[in-house]
Design a binder for this molecule. Structure first.
Ligand SMILES: CC(C)(COP(=O)(O)OP(=O)(O)OC[C@H]1O[C@@H](n2cnc3c(N)ncnc32)[C@H](O)[C@@H]1OP(=O)(O)O)[C@@H](O)C(=O)NCCC(=O)NCCS
Length: 210
């Protein structure tokens, strides 16, 4: 069973990452088909993400998932809050009956260096200006994951990644916490983001009470 990582975040929130090695038929035993027109690998990622929801909570009503205008998937009765991500052969999901959640998984790639000015505030760029090479790319990937996880936690679309979501400086370890602030118009919330950086994959998740 290619479960890559699993963590019970608290009594009511669970996280898992799956390394996809199966054919679509494996996931379709548990998950209804949703993206018939998509590229086969995209479809597989999508199915694996949905599969993880019922893997984490066997009573998760996968067939009741709806998609908001922002593209955020949700359950109309909000039995569970959840978030899904995929990258390469990995799918990640976080599910909570009590907390608002967001997750992002990213394969570490140098491409992130080219877009760093689009998602990082000048102060965030200054905090990593001393980093070079692989260390810089890994840190940038974790920062990109952090912002994507916050975007999904927010769930209402329309966010300026540079201005609205700001991370405090941190020293990258194999796993740890990033303090961040999400500030949009009158809304402001401090967030604790958890990350795990191992091998080729960066993973960031949020589970907040509000
Ligand atoms: C939607 C977005 C978060 C998806 O991220 P991605 O890296 O392409 O893909 P991931 O695999 O990590 O996430 C995809 C999943 O996110 C979820 N998702 C999509 N839109 C979402 C939203 N608005 N809120 C929360 N979750 C969302 C879905 O579950 C989707 O998977 P599924 O379709 O299989 O169910 C991202 O593409 C996006 O739009 N970001 C904002 C873009 C932006 O403003 N960028 C500016 C900074 S440079």
């Amino acid at each position: 069973m290619p479960l890559y990582y699993q963590q019970n975040i608290n009594d009511t929130s669970r996280l898992a990452v799956w390394k996809i090695e199966e054919e679509a038929a494996f996931f379709l035993q548990k998950v209804p088909r949703h993206l018939p027109a998509a590229h086969p690998h995209k479809q597989l990622q999508h199915l694996a993400g949905r599969y993880l929801l019922s893997f984490l909570y066997p009573d998760f009503p996968v067939s009741l998932i709806e998609i908001a205008d922002t593209r955020k998937p949700f359950l109309p009765q909000e039995e569970y809050h959840f978030s899904i991500s995929h990258s390469g052969d990995y799918a990640a999901a976080i599910v909570s009956s009590t907390h608002r959640v967001g997750v992002d998984a990213e394969m570490v790639t140098p491409r992130v260096d080219r877009i760093k000015h689009k998602f990082l505030h000048p102060e965030e760029l200054a905090a990593i200006a001393h980093l070079k090479g692989e260390e810089l790319i890994t840190q940038l990937t974790v920062l990109w994951s952090a912002k994507e996880a916050m975007f999904k936690w927010w769930g209402r679309g329309e966010v300026d990644f540079r201005e609205v979501m700001r991370t405090h400086p941190f020293v990258l370890e194999p796993s740890g916490m990033i303090h961040a602030l999400f500030q949009k118009n009158e809304f402001s919330q401090a967030l604790e983001l958890h990350y795990r950086q191992a091998e080729e994959l960066s993973l960031v998740w949020i589970a907040s009470r509000h």
